[in-house]
Ligand binder design. Structure first.
Ligand code: HEM
Length: 445
């Protein structure tokens, strides 16, 4: 049996201190993995946050860790994430319960259901971009506001402006930053503030749910579609596949917000940044969109056009490859098993290094180059994991693509832009985002 190289650091605390420290370094949490890979190779062991941890990469590891075969692994959330999201979150369930939740959640996120939100997303993108002229624009801030308004409206018909939206945004920001915080439940800490904000968000949802139950407010949104299948815990018939308790409903609404917001924000921001750095790609993309615009003329973008943007989809994929906004996917071993002849023990945290997969020169020659034509032909399975793979593959893929396609369409048809700073540093968050928020100024085309 091969031994896994690496250092377990200090007794009890292991290498947790350097793990936490690397979060705030210019290349963010990825540098923890990168430094050890240079010392030990692509597969190494360590001990972080109280757990024996292994990092690995390659097809065999992807196949075993992502297929979720025979309940070998479960998703491995930080303690803070587990506490904030609650035990019935999709991210904390496994096996049949996970499948059932995915099915329920998947329906309102299907292309068919998303069609209902097209007009809202389109109008919001136009409105957001109208406010960009004549000032410094922090693309990350704008992308964050845009994607939060989309998901708030989709989930619970929240209006894009007004007091409710402000409260929702303030609570969400606290929740989001508590994920990468230290796990101290002491008043004043990020974690504590995140939990309080979660409770306020749940009260807001309770109010909306009770209004809807009393027939006072009928909407066609995600919450409504789940409420129709939903019943109170006491009435829950265990045989009924379609029912969710209030707790399950709230935990999973929050899960979608958390899983869908930072990821889409980061993707949209990196994409605009890569376009700024690659004028040829921008030119090709603009041609696709000008052509679309010339077809629809005065009537405005249509649903059919949004679903026919082949070059844009390649640009999105190349963005997710090049930026790899989730640098690794984390799993917990639910039993002993082997990967590439290495023994993995039950309870270990096993992390798939996706950065190395996305920068494998055999699959992606000159991997640092931003080149959407890499996606001209289908790739071998498991070589591109922008939205993951297997039973935990992203259920929000259609929504994310819809938001990005619409926003990019209006951006490239309306403006050219210039960055005000060049800085490669990333934020101290789990999802990789540019630290300077990509400041730009725009001019009409
Ligand atoms: C460009 C934007 C997005 C990217 C790059 C992205 C990426 C991913 C990836 C890579 C995974 C799998 C992680 C793993 O296997 O450990 C995932 C899972 C997930 N994503 Fe996304 N995502 C995006 C947008 C969204 C949106 C908009 C939503 C919801 C509205 C969403 C909801 C989820 C959920 C709930 C999971 C967990 C699925 C499960 O455990 O079964 N994501 N996403």
């Amino acid at each position: 049996m091969r031994r896994i190289p690496g250092s377990m650091g200090w007794p009890i605390i292991g290498e947790s201190l350097s793990f936490i420290k690397e979060f705030s370094s210019p290349s963010g949490i990825y540098s923890f993995m990168n430094k050890r890979q240079q010392r030990y190779g692509k597969v190494f062991k360590t001990s972080v946050l109280g757990r024996f941890t292994v990092f690995m990469t390659g097809r065999e590891a992807s196949r075993i860790l992502l297929s979720g075969k025979d309940g070998m692994v479960s998703l491995n959330l930080f303690y803070t994430g587990q506490q904030v999201l609650g035990p019935t979150s999709l991210l904390q369930t496994t096996g049949e319960e996970h499948k059932r939740l995915r099915r329920l959640i998947g329906e309102p996120l299907s292309l068919d259901a998303l069609k209902n939100y097209f007009m809202f997303v389109n109008a919001l993108a136009v409105d957001t971009l109208n406010g960009w002229l004549g000032r410094t624009v922090l693309v990350l801030e704008e992308a964050s506001t845009f994607t939060l308004k989309v998901i708030g409206n989709m989930i619970m018909s929240l209006e894009p402006h007004g007091e409710e939206q402000e409260k929702f945004r303030a609570n969400f920001k606290l929740i989001s930053s508590s994920f990468a915080s230290l796990p101290f439940k002491i008043p004043g800490t990020s974690f504590y503030r995140g939990l309080e904000a979660r409770n306020r968000m749940y009260s807001m949802l309770d109010e909306i749910i009770s209004k809807r139950r009393n027939g006072g407010d009928l909407r066609f949104d995600f919450l409504q579609s789940l409420l129709q299948k939903h019943t109170k815990e006491a009435e829950m018939d265990k045989e009924d596949e379609e029912k969710l308790t209030d707790k399950q409903l709230k935990d999973n609404v929050l899960t979608l917000l958390v899983a869908g917001h930072d990821t889409t924000t980061a993707a949209l921001t990196w994409l605009i940044m890569f376009l700024g750095e690659n004028p040829d790609v921008l030119q090709n993309l603009r041609e696709e969109h000008m052509d679309i615009q010339s077809r629809y003329g005065e009537t405005g973008l249509t649903w059919a056009e949004v679903n026919n943007m082949p070059y844009t989809i390649k640009v999105i994929n190349e963005t997710l490859r090049r930026a790899t906004i989730l640098p690794w996917f984390s799993r917990k071993a639910a039993q002993d098993f082997k990967i590439d002849g290495l023994e993995i023990k039950k309870g270990w945290s096993v992390n798939l290094d996706v950065v190395s997969i996305h920068h494998d020169p055999e699959v992606f020659p000159d991997p640092e180059k931003f080149d959407p034509s890499r996606f001209d032909k289908p790739l071998k399975s498991l070589s591109f994991l922008g939205f993951g793979s297997g039973p935990r593959m992203c259920p929000g893929i259609n929504l994310a693509k819809l938001e990005i396609c619409i926003f990019i369409h209006h951006l490239v048809c309306k403006y050219k832009w210039r960055p005000l700073q060049n800085d490669n540093a990333v934020q101290p968050t789990l999802v990789r985002m540019p630290k300077n928020k990509y400041p730009i100024v725009v001019e009409p085309l």
